[in-house]
Design a protein around this ligand. Structure first.
Ligand code: CP
Ligand code: NVA
Length: 309
């Protein structure tokens, strides 16, 4: 098992399966301790973590901010719009300055290349809090939730809708954990070919599988987990018309849910656009675990930070 201290987490591909399991293990303990009344730890005592945002956030900002506090550190919220970046200072120079003040950076960015640059020009760990390519902290919390609900076994995990950042991380982590992952997206919005190729290699290595099934009714048959995300991600507002035209067959509604296993769980990274990718009935129904999923961001990211920073 590799030592995670000092490492970056930009992509699921930065971790091995053992390291993901190491995160689950610590997250489980931190969650148990939290419920037993021990909320404050020393993992980040005396340390500062910069929380850098180019885009809006509710869950990521709050769970990281509260998480750093609970690990004994200081969370420094940075809005890119209010920094000298806005007046042309480069990401590379910003990274070189940040490393002189803080012990780690969590960053939510438009372009994944911005994360790569932050990591390249600073010697402190950089954690991806969502880029256009991946959302690794989200899906580690998602699989932690899946295992909590279903146990650690081979499950059929079906992603419905836009082949976006969340889908990419969900596919990569899923095959690494030995799951049978199915992605059901329209031709126009499939996950990138490179991600699917990587997933095939990882599936072979770890014993999972990845299948693309364009027809959502076919895809959800006997699913253990149904997962969806918004049709228009942050930064894609220009494409909203075409997306709203092509994606409706992938709406997670009671018809699609009825084709999955009876005890299938329904997941969504949130925020949801109710009435678009998911109906109220399904999101608020008995199969939905979306708020447990959101809660687990806190416990899992605490584990990630305790191990990396
Ligand atoms: N799921 C997620 O990352 O939510 P926020 O955009 O609210 O951070
Ligand atoms: N795919 C969404 C996820 C939000 C948490 C987006 O990038 O906007």
């Amino acid at each position: 098992m590799g030592d995670l201290k000092g490492r970056d987490l930009l992509s699921i591909l930065d971790l091995s399966r053992e390291e993901i399991e190491q995160i689950f293990h610590l997250a489980k303990n931190l969650k148990l301790e939290y419920y037993a009344g021990k909320r404050i730890h020393d993992y980040l005592k005396g340390k500062t973590v910069a929380l850098f945002f180019e885009k809006p956030s509710t869950r990521t900002r709050i769970s990281f901010e509260v998480g750093v506090h609970q690990l004994g550190g200081y969370p420094l919220y940075l809005n890119a719009q209010e920094m000298q970046l806005k007046r042309g200072e480069t990401i590379a120079d910003t990274a070189r300055v940040l490393e002189r003040y803080v012990d780690g950076i969590m960053a939510r960015v438009y372009s994944h290349d911005t994360l790569v640059e932050l990591a390249q020009y600073s010697r402190i760990p950089v954690i991806n809090g969502l880029s256009d390519l991946e959302h690794p902290c989200q899906v580690i919390a998602d699989y932690f939730t899946i295992i909590e609900k279903k146990g650690f076994k081979k499950l059929k995990v079906v992603y419905l809708g836009d082949g976006n950042n969340v889908a990419n991380s969900l596919i990569l982590a899923g095959v690494m954990l030995g799951m049978n992952v199915v992605c059901s997206s329209p031709k126009e919005f499939m996950p990138p070919k490179k991600v699917l190729e990587e997933a095939l290699v990882l599936a072979k290595r770890y014993g999972g599988s990845i299948e693309i099934i364009e027809d959502p009714k076919e895809a959800v048959k006997d699913a253990d987990v149904l997962y969806t995300d918004v049709w228009v991600s942050m930064g894609q507002e220009d494409e909203k018309e075409i997306r709203r035209r092509v994606l409706p067959p992938y709406q997670l509604n009671k018809e699609l849910l009825s084709l999955a296993k009876e005890d299938a769980i329904v997941m969504h990274c949130l925020p949801a656009h109710r009435g678009e990718e998911i109906t109220d009935e399904v999101m608020d129904g008995p199969n939905s675990v979306v708020f447990d999923e959101a809660e687990n961001r806190l416990h899992v990211q605490k584990a990630i930070m305790a191990l990396l920073i």
